[in-house]
Design a protein around this ligand. Structure first.
Ligand SMILES: *Cc1c(COP(=O)(O)O)cnc(C)c1O
Length: 470
C-alpha cells in the first residue's frame, strides 16, 4: 500500500468491507485516529450520520416511483447516539423507539410526537402515558396492552393513537411471539371501551430479510385494513417494520469463496479452533440463519421495488392497492439506513501466542463492543500504524482477542493475515459498525467502562451527549 500508515490486515480468506469516503479520510490520518483514542479511550465509536439521508432517500424514491407515500421511522435501538435522532430529524425522517428512555430523549430533542412510533416489546405505564401525551403512535402487541392503553387514555382530551401489531396467520410465515392474529385482535377490540383510542394503522415486523414474506403479510394487512375500516376505524397506514437488507461486502465472490473454503477447511485453518460459524451441513457452503448475510442482493431501494411490484389483493400490485386505499406505507429500518455511519477504533495491547502456539493480538476492547446476535462480525478489520508505533513483528497469521476472561471469547473468530506484522501502538479499525454492532449487546462486565461515542459535528469530532445522559 502506498500509504505507510495503513498496513496489511485481511482474513486468510478475505472479506473486504465496503467503506465510505469519510472512513477512508479518517483511516488515512493515523494521527487523528491515535488522538481520538488517547482523548476518549479504547475502543472509541466514531459516527458520521451523513449517509443516513442518502440511504433513506433510496427507499423513499423507490416507493415514490411506484406511487406510494413512504414514511421512514429509523429504529433507534440500532444505535443509541443522540446524533442519530438529530440526523433523522434533519433528514425529515421519523423514529421508532423501543423504551421510555429512547422516547424521552427524542421528545427532549424536539422530535414531534407525530414523527414517533413506540414499538417497545414491553410497555410500562410511564411509557404509555408519555406516548399518549406526546401524540406518538403506540404499536400494541397484545390484549392486556390494549387494555392498559385504553385505561390510560380514558378521560383524556386527546385520544391514544395506536397501531395493531399483526402476527401473520399465513402458513408461509414462520411463527412469531410478537403481535396477535387478525382474529385475535378483532376479539380483543370487541371487549374493550375504545372511546379514547384511534386505531390508525397495522404494524408488523418480520425476522429475516425476505421480500416475498413481506409481500404475503402486506396482502394480509391490506385485507384486514378493509375490514377494520368497515368497522369504523380510521386506518391511515400499514407499517412493514424493519429488516430491509443491506450488504457490507462489495465483492460477492469473496462471500461464496469464504463459505466454500470453510466447508472444505479440513485443517481448521480459517477459524478459531475450527469453529463452523453455524455451518451445520458439511456439504452446504452457505451460512446459517444465525449469521447476517454480509453480502446479499437486492438491497434497500431495489428490494423495496420488488415488494411493491408484487401482485396485491386487487387486480394490480401491492403499490396499486396501497394507493387505491390512500394508505401510507411505513417502515422502521435500522441497520440498512445506518449503513456507512459508524466505525470502531481500538488500540493494540499485546502480541503473544497460546500455549499451543496460536498467534494472538490483544486489543483494548471486548467482544460485546463489535457484536450483534449474528455468530460473528464477518468483516476484515483495517489496520492503522501511527508514526510513533513500536517496532512491528514479522508477518504472521493469528486471531484478535479482548478483555473478557473467557477462554473462548475472541473479538473475531476468523484467522487474520498480518502481512506487515503488528506493532504496539497499532490501531485496529472495525468498519461499518453503526448499525447494532457497537451498541446492541455492549456490556460493562468486569466493570470495564462502555466505549465513548464521538459524532461528526460542525467543529469536527465531538462527544455524543448520550454518554452524558446515562
Ligand atoms: C429491530 C426492529 C426494527 C429494525 O430492524 P432492522 O433489521 O434494523 O431494520 C424495526 N422494527 C421493530 C419492531 C424492530 O423490533
Amino acid at each position: 500500500m502506498a500509504d505507510p500508515t495503513q498496513v496489511a490486515c485481511e482474513g486468510v480468506l478475505p472479506l473486504t468491507a465496503r467503506t465510505e469516503r469519510w472512513m477512508e479520510d479518517l483511516l488515512g490520518d493515523s494521527q487523528q485516529c491515535a488522538s481520538l483514542l488517547s482523548e476518549h479511550g479504547s475502543p472509541v465509536n466514531i459516527l458520521d450520520f451523513s449517509p443516513l439521508a442518502r440511504n433513506a432517500a433510496e427507499l423513499i424514491d423507490a416507493a415514490r416511483e411506484q406511487g406510494v407515500n413512504l414514511g421512514v421511522y429509523v429504529a433507534r435501538k440500532a444505535n443509541k447516539a443522540l446524533g442519530l435522532v438529530r440526523a433523522a430529524t434533519a433528514a425529515g425522517l421519523g423514529l421508532d423507539v423501543a423504551s421510555l428512555a429512547e422516547l424521552r430523549q427524542c421528545l427532549d430533542l424536539g422530535v414531534a410526537g407525530d414523527n414517533i412510533i413506540v414499538t417497545a416489546a414491553v410497555k410500562s405505564r410511564a411509557l404509555i402515558n408519555l406516548a399518549i401525551e406526546a401524540g406518538a403512535v403506540i404499536s400494541l402487541d397484545n390484549s392486556d396492552e390494549l387494555y392498559d392503553v385504553a385505561l390510560a387514555a380514558s378521560g383524556r382530551e386527546t385520544s391514544a393513537r395506536v397501531a395493531l401489531r399483526l402476527a401473520s396467520s399465513d402458513p408461509a410465515i414462520p411463527p412469531t411471539r410478537f403481535g396477535l392474529g387478525a382474529e385475535g385482535w378483532n376479539r380483543a377490540l370487541a371487549e374493550v371501551d375504545l372511546d379514547g383510542l384511534r386505531v390508525e394503522g397495522i404494524h408488523f415486523h418480520l425476522n429475516g430479510y425476505s421480500a416475498d414474506e413481506r409481500v404475503v403479510v402486506l396482502r394480509e394487512a391490506l385485507r384486514w385494513t378493509d375490514r377494520l375500516r368497515a368497522g369504523g376505524h380510521p386506518l391511515r397506514f400499514v407499517d412493514m417494520g424493519g429488516g430491509i437488507p443491506m450488504s457490507y461486502l462489495e465483492q460477492p465472490a469473496q462471500w461464496s469463496t469464504f463459505w466454500q473454503g470453510l466447508a472444505e477447511d479440513a485443517s481448521e485453518n480459517l477459524t478459531w479452533r475450527g469453529d463452523r460459524l453455524g455451518l451445520t451441513d458439511p456439504d452446504a457452503s452457505r451460512p446459517s440463519s444465525s449469521l447476517y448475510p454480509y453480502w446479499q442482493r437486492p438491497v434497500r431501494g431495489q428490494w423495496l421495488l420488488d415488494v411493491l411490484r408484487a401482485p396485491g389483493v386487487d387486480q394490480g400490485s401491492i403499490a396499486d392497492d396501497l394507493a387505491a386505499r390512500d394508505l401510507e406505507l411505513r417502515c422502521e429500518p435500522g441497520r440498512s439506513v445506518l449503513d456507512g455511519c459508524g466505525m470502531t477504533l481500538a488500540h493494540v495491547a499485546f502480541r503473544k501466542t497460546t500455549s499451543d502456539s496460536i498467534p494472538l493480538v490483544g486489543l483494548h476492547m471486548n467482544r460485546t463492543q463489535v457484536r450483534s446476535t449474528s455468530v460473528d462480525f464477518l468483516l476484515d478489520p483495517r489496520w492503522v500504524r501511527p508514526a510513533d508505533a513500536g517496532v512491528p513483528s514479522a508477518p504472521f497469521d493469528g486471531f484478535l482477542v479482548g478483555a473478557y476472561c473467557v477462554e473462548d471469547e475472541l473479538i473475531l473468530r476468523r484467522r487474520l493475515r498480518f502481512g506487515d506484522g503488528v506493532a504496539r501502538g497499532d490501531i485496529a479499525a472495525f468498519v461499518n459498525t453503526g448499525g447494532y454492532l457497537m451498541h446492541i449487546l455492549e456490556s460493562a462486565s468486569h466493570q470495564l467502562p462502555l466505549a465513548v461515542n464521538v459524532v461528526r459535528g460542525d467543529g469536527g469530532w465531538v462527544r455524543d451527549e448520550i454518554d452524558m445522559t446515562l
